[in-house]
Structure formats: structure tokens, C-alpha cells
Design a protein around this ligand. Sequence first.
Ligand code: T3D
Length: 263
Amino acid sequence: MSFEHIIYFVTSGVALLSLNRPKSLNSFNEAMHLEVREAFKLIKADKRVRALVLTGEGRGFCAGQDLSDRNVDPNAESPDLGRSIDKFYNPLIKTIQELPMPVICAVNGVAAGAGANIPLACDLILAGRSAKFIQAFCKIGLVPDSGGTWFLPRLVGMAKAKELALLGEVVSADDAVQIGLINRVVEDDVLRQEAMDLAQKLASQPTKGLAYIKRALNQTFDHGLHAHLELERDLQRLAGQTQDYREGVAAFMEKRTPAFKGE
Ligand code: T3D
């Protein structure tokens, strides 16, 4: 399948999905949304894929919604942004969160608007040294979307979340690590390789077990302790039924390196 607005390929168990509209800092138009959606369908259907790297081409990761697609002429009818959220952004965030494998976001430059929040839905966030994160919504009279008002307080606390969302100031990659927004900063020229290496390492692990870990952690704030203990029990039951669990225990007992197959 060929794409125009994204780059997509699979190598050594890892899918790479790179946003590819660099002239507008990989901002989302409808066509790119549709291709991203198509790529996620491929990922879900491809048994080889056991980890995903999401990144962007050029000097930006993503500048959110392509604002040139919005008619703001005073005489024009107001656009229904809720429809755009329902149709594209919310399904994307849910898809990333529910994907049963680790998703690494490699933030290769500026990440603004929805482009700053899509990484927060991923499981691990690596950033190039030059990356910056901007909750740009407040500058154009909008509300942080793509899960921004959900993820931010959980990651950085309410005080910092309000500061980021209400002021829309630029957060450097180093500061983003410092405040717990992202995981790691690496030099720009090695970002993609580092992300791919990490993804390949994850792709060689018990994929189903990692998917259950992801599910348990993603749901942790939805439950009280008792309900969450029950979820852990249910997921452990499922994990115990995987081939990789058998392999992990057998390899430990036989003092050898396990060969996990993601089954
Ligand atoms: O509408 C809905 O569906 C609702 C959902 C909304 C979700 C959202 O994401 S709303 C937020 C939208 N995004 C923004 O408000 C960010 C707008 N961009 C910026 O503030 C700045 O571009 C950046 C801070 C991201 C980067 O600044 P800088 O100085 O590094 O680059 P630049 O010169 O501003 O941008 C480079 C080019 O990309 C430029 O085009 P040009 O002049 O070279 O032809 C610029 O117009 C274009 N560009 C950047 N962001 C967008 C964009 N074009 C369209 N839409 C953009 N969002």
C-alpha cells in the first residue's frame, strides 16, 4: 500500500509510522488522518508487528490541526470542531492507547496543539534535543484536545498542567523530562535509531504480557484499589495462558535466554 502523507514500513518486528507533511510541520489535514488510520489497520492485522514507533519527517513532529483547512471568515458558518474531534482525534488517541503492543513516540522537533498531546497517549516518549512541546490551543481560543486535559494533570500534576494549558509556553525537551512529561532526551541525529533500537528490544519481549501491562497501567486511574486488584488478577490469568509465559519460566529454569514469540 502506498501513502502520500505518511511513511510506513515494518522491519524486525517494528512498524515505523512517520508523519510526512514537513512543509506544514506535519500538521493534520483530513488526508493525513485517513492515512494514519489506514496504517493502524495494517499494524493491527500484521502478526509480525510487535512494537510501533511514531515520529515525523523534517524539523517538526506535528503542529496539530492544519489551520489552513479551517474557514474562519467572519461571514462563514462556524466549523463544527467537535465533529473533527469525534471523527479523527479521539479515535486516534483511543487506537494508540488500545493497541496491544508498546508504542514509542520519537518527537523529532516541535510538537504543538494536538501534536503535543498525541505523544502523551503513547507508552514511551523519546525526544530529540531540539524538540519542544507547546499546548498551543489557548493561543487560538481552543481547549487542549487529544486527551491533553486528561494526560497532563496525571503526568505533571494539576498546577503544572494548568500552567502549560493556560499560558501555552514552550517547554524544551530537557524541561519536559524534568517535569515528567516525557521519558528521555537524545541527540537529534540519533533519535530515530534510538527509538527503533528500543522498539526492537520491546518487540523481542513477551508482546501479550506487555500489552496487559499497558492495559493495567492505562486503567489505573479509572478504578479504586479493589477494582484494580481484580483487573490485575484477570490480566494475570490471561498472561499465564500465553506461550511466552511458559517460555519465560522454562528459560529461567534452564538458565538460558528466552526466545519469546509474542504468542
Ligand atoms: O480544528 C480541529 O479539527 C480541532 C482540533 C484542533 C487540534 C489542534 O491541534 S488546534 C492547534 C493547532 N496548532 C497550532 O495552533 C500551532 C500552529 N503553529 C505554530 O504555532 C507554529 O507554527 C509552531 C510553534 C508549531 C512552530 O513555529 P515555527 O516558527 O518553528 O514555524 P512556523 O514558521 O510557524 O511554521 C512553519 C510552516 O508550517 C509555516 O508555513 P510557511 O509560512 O513556511 O508556508 C506555517 O504556516 C506552517 N504551519 C505550522 N503549523 C501549522 C502550519 N500550517 C497549518 N497548520 C498548522 N497548525
